[in-house]
Design a protein around this ligand. Structure first.
Ligand code: DAH
Length: 349
């Protein structure tokens, strides 16, 4: 019986080496390994042997069966692969690589950066995890100031161990996820001094109960211009030039008083609604005006915190809400869509 098996194995391996067609291979497999196959028949004869013989030959027979099964599998894989290669049609056009595109927020941000670069403003960056000092204190928002309530944030505690490292020697410093891009005003003043012209696009974070107008992650563009003899008129002039480039030359800008601790006076900038041209529509809630920017003359305390002498220099600052601008421009009704990552939404821009 052993010789029979040996012979069969040798035969099969020779045939496997020669076979070039997957159909013929499958037929051979059935002829050998199938229910009525040659190997199966031989194995069936094992039943007729004595227990003694079964023991000596059983494992040998089974190993051959496993080995042949494996060889059939390998041969089939090789032929399948070759088949695939054989049928490459070089005249077919290649598969196109799907190209993405810029996020609507990035598109609006780029437009802004172009306009401000042409006006000589630097484009700066700042940390998203910010110290309580830069985010609030240096901007004239003291610890117990009610303005903190408008910008409730995510506080992150940091502990410093001194050289002895005992708990009693640790002092806590508050870190916050920045609630606005305004802290970069201070960083820019400290780094570059005066005169200074910069904008700062970036992500901000607030502990919000989210709805269609409020998100925990929002995007702003801060601006700061400092020089000798800078007046409120310069501020209005720059902002007007910018909104006209963005929304058309007939756009009007009106400034109304609004309190922000880091400017004096502070303003709310509104433009004539670009949809109804000031007549009144759904977008502007029938008022004809759209609120788009907070601004003001930099508070002397803020200049001092930035290391600049308020007796020599003045300046103005402003903050646009990038999400709001993108929502207005593309008629987006829910701010949460902007960070949602839903392709059905994003592919529309
Ligand atoms: N930081 C303000 C906010 O997040 C926006 C702002 C208002 C920025 C007035 C300014 C400014 O620079 O002058 O609501």
């Amino acid at each position: 019986m052993k010789e029979k098996l040996e012979r069969l194995k040798k035969e099969v391996l020779e045939k496997l080496n020669a076979v070039k067609d997957i159909g013929i291979l499958r037929d051979l497999e059935i002829k050998i390994m199938g229910r009525k196959g040659e190997l199966t028949e031989i194995l069936r004869q094992l039943n007729e042997l004595s227990l003694e013989q079964k023991k000596s030959i059983g494992k040998f027979a089974n190993d051959i069966k496993l080995e042949l099964a494996e060889r059939f599998k390998q041969a089939a894989e090789i032929l399948e692969k070759e088949k695939k290669h054989a049928f490459v049609d070089l005249t077919l056009p290649g598969e196109g690589i799907r190209r993405g595109h810029l996020h609507p927020l990035t598109q609006v941000q780029n437009e802004f950066e172009d306009i401000f670069s042409s006006l000589g403003f630097m484009i700066l960056d700042g940390p998203e995890l910010e110290s309580d000092y830069f985010n609030f204190e240096a901007l004239n928002i003291t610890k117990l100031h009610p303005a903190r309530d408008m910008q409730d944030t995510f506080y992150v505690a940091r502990t410093h161990a001194d050289s002895t490292g005992t708990d009693a020697d640790k002092t806590a410093t508050d870190l916050v996820m920045r609630t606005h891009t305004s802290p970069v005003q201070i960083r820019a003043m400290k780094k570059y001094g005066a005169p200074l012209r910069c904008i700062v696009p970036g992500r901000c974070f607030r502990s919000e109960a989210t709805d269609v107008r409020h998100e925990h992650t929002l995007n702003q563009i801060e601006g700061l211009m400092i020089d000798k003899d800078i007046s409120w008129a310069d501020m209005k002039g720059v902002l007007e030039a910018v909104v006209r480039r963005l929304y058309g030359s007939e756009t009007k800008l009106r400034m109304r008083p609004k309190f922000y601790p880091f400017v004096e006076p502070g303003n709310n900038g509104e433009i004539t609604c670009f949809l109804c041209k000031g007549v009144g529509c759904r977008l502007c809630k029938q008022s004809g005006w759209l609120e788009i920017v907070g601004s003001g003359m930099v508070h002397p305390k803020v200049l001092v915190a930035g290391g600049i002498d308020p007796k020599i220099y003045q300046g103005f600052a402003f903050g646009f809400g990038l999400d709001r601008l993108a929502m207005l421009k593309y008629n987006i009704s829910d701010i949460r869509l902007l960070n949602g990552g839903d392709l059905r939404f994003l592919e529309q821009f």
